[in-house]
Ligand binder design. Structure first.
Ligand SMILES: Nc1ncnc2c1ncn2[C@@H]1O[C@H](COP(=O)(O)OP(=O)(O)OP(=O)(O)O)[C@@H](O)[C@H]1O
Ligand SMILES: O=C(O)c1ccc[n+]([C@@H]2O[C@H](COP(=O)([O-])O)[C@@H](O)[C@H]2O)c1
Length: 275
């Protein structure tokens, strides 16, 4: 049964997912536990949104493979899903626009649910129309919240000059909210404290501490694969099989986009390929 005192939350994670790792999945579990522990939130859904090919990060393999691997990885989850909208866009889409897209979808779905509920209710008790109108209004106000879920490296990338637009950061953190999972080497609390922009919105930033130092990165996985090393237990078994069946991640695939002249938003992605 839904708890009327908690706000429903949908978590959205954006990234390359090249390929999806167990840590990406764990990030969702950690975030859900953390938010629900506060007693204020109920996490109803997680969405993984792999970036499109136009992101042109070095070594980024085709979106169709990355989306399929994410689908396989989440097959057994009751609440984490994959959405291919972002990956299907021909141009790179800024994260603020990806969030907006998903928020609109969420509102549209809520709206449809309200319509269905209203019809059911009207059939049952036609005379109480005023009550129906007010309850619909109330539900909209209390509709699900969408929060961006990321690792500390993404939060810290907010500080890289000319990477993110200031108004986008304000929109993401101020309007939607952020859940940030610690990653070895980073200190999100310190970073928030040192940024006036983030400090302003600190109440909307939920820092989740991962106590088990877990340095799985997609970069590490790709490196192991091109060296013919095992990646078992770093990735879900179904993803390991998919990688093998399609012979993904070789020295050649790592050179994809190596000659691309980087746009400002890609400078971070290149620098982050160090894990
Ligand atoms: N080990 C980890 N701990 C915390 N967050 C993580 C971890 N690995 C990935 N993430 C987060 O998952 C999201 C998607 O990450 P991404 O696809 O860039 O994976 P990555 O492992 O960082 O990739 P790469 O090594 O290719 O840069 C980002 O928000 C990132 O911060
Ligand atoms: O919206 C922006 O300005 C922006 C700037 C830099 C990076 N991003 C997003 O951040 C994510 C970074 O992923 P990755 O794999 O490069 O670490 C990816 O989804 C990018 O689209 C977004």
């Amino acid at each position: 049964m839904e708890n009327p005192t908690t706000s429903k939350v949908v978590l959205l994670a954006c990234g390359s997912f090249n390929p999806i790792t167990n840590m990406h999945l764990r990030m969702f579990e950690l975030a859900r536990d953390h938010l629900e522990d506060t007693g204020q939130y109920s996490v109803i859904k997680g969405i993984i949104s792999p970036v499109g090919d136009a992101y042109k990060k070095k070594g980024l393999i085709e979106a169709s493979h990355r989306v399929e691997m994410a689908r396989l990885a989440t097959e057994s989850s009751e609440w984490i899903t994959v959405d291919s909208w972002e990956s299907q866009q021909s141009d790179w889409v800024e994260t603020s626009k990806v969030i907006r897209h998903h928020y609109e979808e969420l509102l549209a779905r809520e709206h449809n649910r309200d319509d269905v509920d209203t019809i059911k209710y009207t059939k049952k008790r036609r005379i109480e129309e005023n009550y129906i109108a007010s309850s619909v209004h109330h539900r909209k106000r209390d509709g699900p919240q969408l929060m961006l879920l990321c690792g500390a490296d993404v939060l810290e990338s907010f500080g890289i000059p000319n990477l993110w637009k200031q108004e986008d950061i304000a929109e993401i953190v101020g309007r939607y909210g952020l859940v940030c999972v610690t990653r070895s080497g980073g200190d999100p609390h310190k970073f928030i404290n040192q940024s006036d922009d983030l400090w302003k919105y600190r109440k909307n930033i939920h820092v989740v501490h991962e106590w088990v130092t877990n340095d799985i990165s997609a970069t590490h996985v790709r490196r192991a694969l091109r060296r013919g090393r095992s990646v078992r237990y770093l990735l879900p078994e179904s993803v390991v099989r998919y990688v093998q069946e399609h012979s993904l991640y070789s020295a050649e695939s790592e050179q994809k986009n190596a000659d691309v002249v980087l746009a400002p938003f890609q400078k971070y992605s290149d620098a982050s390929t160090s894990g």
